[in-house]
Design a protein around this ligand. Structure first.
Ligand SMILES: Cc1cc2nc3c(=O)[nH]c(=O)nc-3n(C[C@H](O)[C@H](O)[C@H](O)COP(=O)(O)OP(=O)(O)OC[C@H]3O[C@@H](n4cnc5c(N)ncnc54)[C@H](O)[C@@H]3O)c2cc1C
Length: 459
């Protein structure tokens, strides 16, 4: 029996769940269109969850009817959803409460980093956010999360204190280091394998400003700047975070004229004070001196480096904001010798004909590499660099983006660790799972999933 297009079944879903439900063809159904509009998200029904109880009801309903359940907040990491699946949209769970005394935030599953950044900034605090403020807090934290301060403050999910989790079996659980510790281990890194998070609590950082921004260079200087960045970044202290991106941004509103319609190279830089999380202020002069080798590599065509409030952290990467059709790829590197930089330049530098909009290398390590207070399912703490490619899947390059990204990763083969972070270039393919986790972690995650989702509801 096909449950997927069974209208009676879906009408029963409306009766069972108090939250609004949209079926294909209904106007609000399109609110499930993800940020990455290239990903086909066409569920049997969309449930606009308003509470953990709604989510639990959907889990039990799906288990009884042979349907699957997926979850989405913003769709920045969207994966395909078909008509055998009910999609829980969490946008309505957008509460954000800051506890100034405890220095924590408790946010709903639909909150974006921008909401938390704004709420925390008014108290001189900062969340352990990612580079793009429009990304969802829960989607990001369940994948670990490497933000623009990762070398200084470590993996973002190491700052999580508690989670409200609805398991595939329909139980609503408070998950902390002491309550359901195995789920606390697994939900930090395991994405939605173990359930749908309806709210999350995490520590805020005592950081209200940083020295940094981005320096943009002409594409003709790519070789000089990439090689200078490679040798310079290898010796930076943990208070300094940096990434570099070869960009080919389209001439769209919001893209600064000097960066539009040409190849440029962005060096991103974020420095905070030593013991930043205890309120130490950044030494701007020292941070500026550290940047001298990059300034000497070539002449910037645009420069936003200076002292900024933490609330402006999104300007460092200046990630794309509006929904778009993107194809992503991702690899972790153990090392970045000069030959690896040459391989990146050959594939994505001037004259390469690269179809990618962004080819980005983030220096990681630092605090990320240290064991956290509470172990989690996040693997790959020892990688030295994270490589990401983003291509716009539109003519004339649409067909070239994925093969080109695969060729670039393959050219870096001997320096790649073979691992991938759960947050980047997401997919539900088994091959992807085995790259996201080491064997023991994957085995443990799947055993937990089988115990807490006996009907295998979670897509
Ligand atoms: C422009 C851009 C910049 C980014 N920058 C960074 C960065 O700096 N660092 C970094 O680590 N990552 C980064 N990412 C990756 C991002 O963290 C992931 O794509 C993340 O999954 C997005 O979460 P979302 O809720 O916004 O997306 P969604 O597409 O809504 O969710 C993606 C996945 O997250 C999981 N998820 C979402 N909500 C829940 C829930 N309530 N319960 C359980 N699981 C859930 C599900 O597996 C879901 O499929 C970036 C992505 C983009 C597009």
């Amino acid at each position: 029996m096909t449950m997927t297009r069974d209208v009676d079944t879906l009408d029963e879903l409306r009766d069972a769940v108090p939250a609004p439900v949209a079926l294909p063809g209904e106007r609000v159904y399109d609110r499930a269109t993800p940020w990455n509009v290239a990903v086909p998200v066409r569920p049997a029904a969309v449930v606009f969850a308003t509470s953990a109880a709604d989510v639990a009801t959907v889990m039990r309903f799906a288990a009884a009817r042979g349907l699957r359940v997926a979850v989405q907040a913003t769709g920045h990491g969207a994966t395909a959803v078909g008509d055998d699946t009910v999609l829980i949209l969490t946008k309505g769970l957008s509460g954000c409460v800051i506890d100034v005394v405890e220095r924590t935030a408790r946010v709903g599953a639909g909150a974006t980093w921008q909401q938390v950044i704004d709420a925390a900034a008014s108290q001189g605090l900062a969340p352990p956010c990612g580079s793009a403020p429009g990304v969802g807090v829960v989607g990001y934290l369940t994948g670990g999360g490497i933000g623009p301060l990762v070398r200084t403050v470590g993996l973002s999910s190491d700052h999580v204190r508690a989670v409200e989790l609805v398991t595939g079996g329909g139980e609503v659980l408070r998950v902390t280091p002491d309550e359901h510790p195995e789920l606390f281990w697994g939900v930090r890194g395991g994405k939605s394998l173990l359930g749908v998070v309806t709210s999350i609590e995490f520590d805020l950082l005592l950081i209200d400003e940083f020295y940094g921004g981005a320096m943009y260079f002409d594409g003709v200087d790519a070789a000089a700047v990439l090689h200078a960045w490679r040798s310079w970044s290898a010796a930076l202290p943990e208070t300094v975070n940096t990434s570099i991106a070869i960009q080919q941004l389209p001439p769209l509103p919001g893209v600064p004229a000097p960066l539009a319609g040409r190849m440029t190279v962005a060096v991103r830089y974020v420095a905070v004070g030593q013991a930043a999380n205890r309120g130490a202020r950044v030494d701007a002069e020292a941070a500026e001196r550290l940047l001298a080798p990059i300034r000497a590599a070539a002449t910037p065509i645009l420069d936003s480096v200076g002292v900024h409030p933490h609330a402006a952290i999104g300007m460092v990467h200046a990630d794309p904001v509006d929904p778009m059709p993107v194809g992503e790829d991702h690899a972790l590197l153990a090392d970045l010798p000069a030959e690896a930089v040459d391989a990146i330049l050959a594939a994505a530098g001037p004259g390469s004909g690269s179809p990618q909009t962004i080819v980005e290398l983030r220096l990681i390590g630092g605090a990320l590499a240290r064991d956290p207070r509470h172990r989690s399912a996040f693997c790959h703490r020892n990688a030295a660099y994270s490589l990401s490619t983003i291509g716009v899947l539109a003519p004339p390059v649409a067909e070239a983006v994925s093969p080109h990204a695969a060729a670039l990763v393959s050219a870096l083969g001997s320096w790649c660790t073979g691992g991938q972070m759960p947050n980047f270039a997401q997919s539900r393919a088994p091959e992807r799972l085995s790259r996201s986790y080491d064997q023991d972690t994957l085995h443990r995650l799947l055993a937990l999933a089988a115990r807490h989702d006996p009907a295998g509801v979670l897509a």
